[in-house]
Design a binder for this molecule. Structure first.
Ligand code: A3D
Length: 320
């Protein structure tokens, strides 16, 4: 059986980490792409030289030519600029929208059958634009945010309760940004909802509220510490989980920015919802019932995403 091919568009902090993880997990051969010539080639060589130590056989190459994407099964897009301290994800919109236009054209020409995972911020608007610019089917273009946001939530809960991360399951809905909706009712420790954990007195309501807020601000906390870029280890691990679910047809149920066609009462937009990811791409959107407070928070988050999509349409009228 031929090896799968994973192409990484953007070979910066996340791109390099993606390549390393994909190699360690034997997901297939890897192509690193970047407009800065030398960086993808240098990282590819460095990661290839770790192969004898780690024992992976993946062929890892670097390129600045779109034609090298040919035949890619999965494409993960991180091309663009990340945040600096004081910047919101939305501040990146204009620059990264232009990048999505180039990347979308490259994918359409050379890898129209790929499963595409977008990571570039502002996430929900960029994945929406990338799908439009590439013209790929909506089930084959998805955005990574929810796996990362949920993972941050799980880390904080497990750390607070001093339990294994393996026994905590967290659920985050909505756009990737300050309005994201961590759902405490659907987040559990060994099956016990966090709302019950509070009732049992294992964690105070104030602590849980603080964790929810820290999850929302999770990206900014790291930007503030790093000062020269944004998080990359956990974002890369999150996208790899999504790629693996597609490549191995695992049908994991993962929160991701997916195209909504009537689900949650929304049409033609991308927003974070639970999705079954398998060989058919985004195979099924799971619609959960929301109480009025959750619905209100979700609506606010959707409004913020829709505002960004409108801004994209103004900058690039052909998207309208
Ligand atoms: P960085 O290390 O700067 O890498 C970005 C790479 O993109 C650089 O190597 C650039 O040279 C390259 N690039 C720029 N323009 C183009 C182009 N037109 N074509 C090809 N490559 C290009 O950033 P990073 O890896 O830290 O972050 C990448 C993106 O992910 C940023 O937009 C971040 O904001 C975003 N991000 C998203 C999340 C989510 O959870 C959604 C988390 C963390 C970062």
């Amino acid at each position: 059986m031929a090896r799968k091919k994973i192409a990484l568009i953007g070979s910066g902090q996340i791109g390099g980490t993606l390549a390393h993880l994909a190699a360690l997990k034997d997901l297939g051969d890897i192509v690193l792409f970047d407009i800065v010539d030398g960086v993808p080639q240098g990282k590819a060589l460095d990661i290839s030289q770790a192969a004898p130590v780690e024992g992976y056989d993946a062929k890892i190459t670097g390129t600045s030519k779109y034609e090298d994407l040919k035949g890619a099964d999965v494409i993960i897009v991180t091309a663009g600029v990340p945040r600096k301290p004081g910047m919101s994800r939305d501040d990146l919109l204009e620059i990264n929208l232009k990048v999505m236009e180039q990347v979308g054209a490259g994918i359409a020409k050379y890898a129209p059958k790929a499963f595409v995972i977008c990571i570039t911020n502002p996430l929900d608007a960029m994945v929406w634009a990338l799908q439009k610019f590439s013209g790929l089917p909506t089930n084959m273009v998805i955005g990574m945010a929810g796996v990362l946001d949920s993972s941050r939530f799980v880390h904080f809960i497990a750390d607070e309760l001093k339990v294994s991360v393996e026994d905590v399951n967290a659920f985050v809905l909505g756009g990737h940004g300050d309005t994201m909706v961590p759902l405490t009712r659907y987040s559990t420790v060994a099956g016990i909802p966090l709302t019950d954990i509070v009732k049992m007195g294992w964690m105070s309501k104030e602590t849980l509220d603080a964790i929810v807020q820290r999850t929302r601000d999770g990206g900014a906390e790291i930007v503030g510490l790093l000062k020269t870029g944004s998080a990359f280890y956990a974002p890369a691990a999150s996208a790899i989980a999504m790629a693996e679910s597609y490549l191995k047809d695992k049908k994991r149920v993962l929160p991701a920015a997916a195209y909504l066609d009537g689900q949650y009462g929304l049409k033609g937009t991308y927003v974070g919802v639970p999705v079954v990811i398998g060989a058919g791409g985004a195979e099924k959107i799971i619609e959960i019932s929301l109480n009025s407070a959750e619905q209100k928070a979700f609506d606010k988050s959707v409004a913020s995403v829709e505002g960004l999509i409108e801004a994209c349409k103004k900058i690039a009228p052909k998207l309208a």
